[in-house]
Design a binder for this molecule. Structure first.
Ligand SMILES: O=C(O)c1ccccc1N[C@@H]1O[C@H](COP(=O)(O)O)[C@@H](O)[C@H]1O
Length: 201
């Protein structure tokens, strides 16, 4: 069964919509040093974490500059997992949460519980809507013992093909289920159905 994370949730309305659609995890982009319409501060993330129902995993997606900052963010948001980039902050956040670490198809730090492969912009941020190299992702899934989360340019029309090609532990989407910068009920529902279709084969 492939898990589904919808990332970049920034309101109660979006949270309710994606939980209704049946996703396994919700991502909150928290205090990243880049310009994104999805960005929350840690108090806003904490509120949404508290409003997330049981059995839905909460993920604070962040780009900390050191372990202390990551540790405080993990503790203060109360998220189940923290997503860091290239290992920075992993040891700090690991005191309070599971670690999902973004790497360039390389083994992550020892603290990582899962690896995310994603397309990034010039500042190293995700949420680009650009497709990740599925061939490289599939080779990485074969190579690593850790669960691999496939992100980057996924959408309802390509998620089933991506799952069949890469066989990831989970898929992660943001731009592909947005309309005018907001998560869209129909697109989220179609995305979840795409995941179910791939798993049914
Ligand atoms: O979404 C953002 O704005 C963001 C900012 C900084 C770091 C990570 C971010 N998002 C991550 O990118 C993936 C995939 O996004 P997309 O589907 O290609 O738009 C998203 O799930 C987040 O993990």
């Amino acid at each position: 069964m492939t898990r589904t994370k919808v990332c970049g949730i920034n309101s109660r309305e979006e949270l309710d919509a994606v939980v209704r659609a049946g996703v396994d995890a919700v991502g909150f982009v928290t205090e990243v040093p880049v310009d994104t319409h999805r960005k929350l501060d840690r108090d806003e993330t904490r509120e949404l974490v508290d409003e997330t129902p049981p059995f839905v995993t909460t993920v604070a997606v962040t780009m900390p500059d050191d372990d202390d900052n990551a540790e405080a963010l993990a503790r203060e948001t109360g998220a189940d997992a923290v997503q860091v980039h290239n290992g920075v902050g992993a040891s700090g956040a690991a005191r309070h949460a599971k670690i999902v670490e973004r790497t360039e198809f390389e083994e992550p730090s020892d603290e990582a519980d899962a690896v995310i492969v994603d397309s990034t912009d010039a500042e190293g941020a995700g949420g680009t809507g650009e497709k990740t190299d599925w061939g490289a992702a599939a080779r990485f899934v074969d190579k690593t013992a850790l669960p691999v989360v496939l992100a980057g340019g996924l959408e309802p029309s390509n998620v089933a093909r991506a799952i069949r090609r890469v066989e990831p532990y989970a898929v992660d989407v943001s731009s592909g289920v947005e309309r005018n910068g907001t998560k869209d009920d129909v697109l989220v529902g179609n995305f979840v159905r795409g995941v179910d279709d791939a798993d049914a084969v």
